[in-house]
Design a protein around this ligand. Sequence first.
Ligand SMILES: [Zn+2]
Ligand SMILES: [Zn+2]
Length: 304
Amino acid sequence: MSVEPLANYESWDLTMSQLPKRSHLYSLKPIGFGTPTVESFTSYLQRLAAAHGVSIASLIRYKITPLFIQTNHPPDFFKADDGIKMLMNAWHREPAMLQQQAAEFWLDRTQHVSKVVAIVEKLTTRLDLSFLTLLQWHSWRLNFNHIFHTEQRWCPGCYQDWREADLPIYHPLLWTIEAVTVCPVHQRYLQLRCLYCGCFQQFLNLDCHSLGYCCACNAWLGRFVDKAKSQGSQFDWENWVAKSVGQIFAAMPTLSLTSCSQDPPLAKYRRNPTLTKFLRWCYQLGISPVEGLEILSIIPNVLS
Ligand SMILES: [Zn+2]
Ligand SMILES: [Zn+2]
C-alpha cells in the first residue's frame, strides 16, 4: 500500500488583533484641522447629524441633551433608585435646552460650550473638537464681546468650488468672526443674505438639513466668482484681517500648547483690546498676529 506524503500547510496566526476603541457615534473627522479654514463646531454638528441620516434637532435632543443634563447635576443625583426617572423628567422639562442658534451659544469660550464639546468628543472619541470653537482662545488678552457676527455668512465661490470638486460643503470658523468680512481665497466679501429670497442664515438651523442651501427657500447658495483684483486700501486691510485670523486658526493646535496656556490673575481686571484693535496694531507694526499674541502674552498692556 502506498502512502501519499502529507502536504505542509502554513500555520495560522491565532492571536487576536487589537480592535480600535469603539465610538458611540461615527468618529467624523473635522475638515481643515490646523489650517486657516478649519471647520466650525456648528458645521461639524450638522455634518455629524447628516452622517447618521438624522436631523440636527434629533442629534441634539436624543444624544447630546441627556448627557448635558447629567453634567449639570451632581454625580450622585442620578445614582438614586429613580435616577433614570429623574433624568427623563429633566429631559422633558427642558426641551429648549441646546436649541439656540446664535454663534455665542456654540462657539464661544463659555463653560456650557466646553461641556457640549466634551460630550460630543466622548460620543465620537475625538480629542480635537475644541479647536472648532474659540475655547482654545481662553487665555488670550482680548476683548471677546461681539467677536461673532450675528448671522452665518458664506463665500459663494468656496461653496461652488467644493461642489465642483465633489468635496463636502461646510462652514469654516473664519466666516463666523465679526472682524472677518472677506474670503481670503476668492478675495470677495462674504455674503449675508440669500440672493433669491433675501433671508439670513442661522449658525445652527434646526430645520435645515443641507449645508450650502438657503434654509428659507432651499436655493443653492454657491456660484462661480472671479478672484477680485485689489479694490483699494480698505479692501487690502480687510483681506489682511481675514488672512491673519486664518493664520491664528492654523497655528491654534500648536499655540495652545505653548505660549498661550498661562493666565496671570490680573488679566481679567484689565481692559483688553478688541480683536480688530489688536489686528490693527499688528498691521501697523508689520508683524503676524501669532507674533502679536506672543508679545501680548508677555506684555499684557502693550496696547494700552
Ligand atoms: Zn471663497
Ligand atoms: Zn433663500
